[in-house]
Design a protein around this ligand. Structure first.
Ligand SMILES: NC(=O)c1ccc[n+]([C@@H]2O[C@H](COP(=O)([O-])OP(=O)(O)OC[C@H]3O[C@@H](n4cnc5c(N)ncnc54)[C@H](O)[C@@H]3O)[C@@H](O)[C@H]2O)c1
Length: 267
């Protein structure tokens, strides 16, 4: 029996990377997937591939969320799963951070998650419950000073996840909310990091800059399998939790420019 049979799911930032892997596995498990992204070409192609539906959504704008959830409810009559996956990263330390890059990172990652939860909760409640999965990062638990705004956004997502989970539990809504904290997964975002760091003239991240995981990069499905579990009824007693998937990166040296094994470390 498919683990998500009959469920309606929205995945944000689903055209590429981790979101695309979530969408593919959701469809394989029987979900009706609404692929959303600002990248229309890639989003439409993925929706066609998995037999889902594409809708353009820029997660930064609450009005677009309102319209999306209303359209999904009008067409499908229910919403069971939301993956707040869209996120962006900009290089900047606590001293070199700029107002524009800070606001951009916060708007996509944190604001997008806030608006997604706000509009998904009533829709899910109307259908008897649901599951919200927020994509955070080990940047919420590990200092990564070269992407300071990203750390702030992901820390906000982790804390906000608990607030949403408790709100839904206290309201007996049967809606769960959990955060997932990856690192070192082979996606366009991770592949873009060495160039971004070089442009910002920060110390090289070396191999660790590929996203840690001390021996290799992970694959998008390494995260998507956890997301499917959290989306399914198998995790019905799991809410308000943070799930780290990083092959030890956050409990070893992680992504630290100048760290051990890096020529700039001096040790
Ligand atoms: N890849 C990793 O190792 C890793 C590690 C930690 C956290 N994450 C998080 O996982 C999520 C996905 O990461 P990824 O590596 O797949 O990134 P990615 O850059 O490869 O893909 C992100 C997708 O989000 C879309 N997007 C960007 N801005 C958007 C907006 N305003 N509205 C809607 N969609 C938008 C992009 O078009 C793209 O399709 C992000 O939240 C990221 O921070 C990834």
């Amino acid at each position: 029996m498919a683990r998500l049979a009959g469920k309606v799911a929205i995945v944000t930032g689903a055209a590429k990377g981790l979101g695309a892997a979530d969408a593919r596995l959701f469809a394989a498990e029987g979900a009706n997937v609404i692929v959303t992204d600002v990248d229309i070409t890639a989003g439409e192609a993925l929706a066609a591939e998995i037999g889902g539906q594409f809708r353009r959504l820029d997660v930064r704008h609450e009005a677009e969320w309102q319209a999306l959830v209303a359209a999904v409810m009008a067409e499908h009559g229910r919403l069971d799963i939301l993956v707040n996956n869209a996120g962006v990263v900009e290089v900047g330390s606590p001293e070199s951070i700029t107002e524009d890059s800070y606001r951009f990172v916060m708007a996509v990652s944190l604001d997008g998650t806030v608006w997604g939860c706000k509009h998904a909760i009533p829709a899910m409640r109307a259908g008897g419950g649901g599951s919200i999965i927020n994509m955070a990062s080990i940047a919420s638990i590990q200092g990564e000073p070269y992407v300071a705004a990203y750390c702030a956004a992901k820390g906000g997502i982790e804390a906000y996840t608990r607030a949403v989970a408790v709100h839904c539990a206290q309201g007996r809504m049967n809606i769960r909310c959990n955060s997932v904290h990856p690192s070192g997964i082979d996606t366009p975002m991770v592949r873009s990091m060495p160039d971004k760091v070089a442009e910002a003239a920060l110390p090289t991240l070396g191999d660790q800059g590929q996203g840690a995981g001390l021996n290799r990069l992970g694959e998008p499905n390494d995260i998507a399998h956890m997301v499917v579990y959290l989306a399914s009824d198998e995790s019905r007693f799991v809410s308000g939790q943070a799930f780290v998937i990083d092959n030890t990166a956050s409990i070893t040296e992680g992504i630290v420019p100048g760290g051990r094994g890096n020529s700039a470390s001096g040790d």
